[in-house]
Design a protein around this ligand. Structure first.
Ligand SMILES: [Cu+2]
Length: 91
């Protein structure tokens, strides 16, 4: 469940609180083949369409895609979403 717009918590503290407090799951995947902001937005929109996903952070330089969701995601569904966007999940 995303926080309301008016609630702007300290970014560092809120990450820890969300991960341990409410039943949020944060998982980092490694995506191969992303080269620019367009790639990032393609992957973000496909993975973001998965049920329960509330936040996606992509580090273009490493290919790390950190997905925050209400519940642990099915790895196969994430892989399918990444492939739908035209990229590959690194093993
Ligand atoms: Cu690109």
């Amino acid at each position: 469940m995303p926080l309301p717009d008016w609630c702007v918590p300290d970014p560092v503290i809120s990450l820890d609180t969300d991960a341990k407090g409410i039943s949020m799951a944060t998982t980092t995947y490694r995506v191969q083949g992303m080269t620019c902001a367009h790639c990032v937005s393609s992957v973000s929109s496909e993975v973001g369409a998965l049920p329960g996903v509330s936040q996606i952070d992509v580090d273009l330089s490493t290919g790390a895609v950190t997905v925050t969701s209400d519940a642990p995601l099915d790895a196969g569904a994430v892989r399918a979403a990444v492939e739908e966007a035209g990229y590959e999940l690194a093993a």
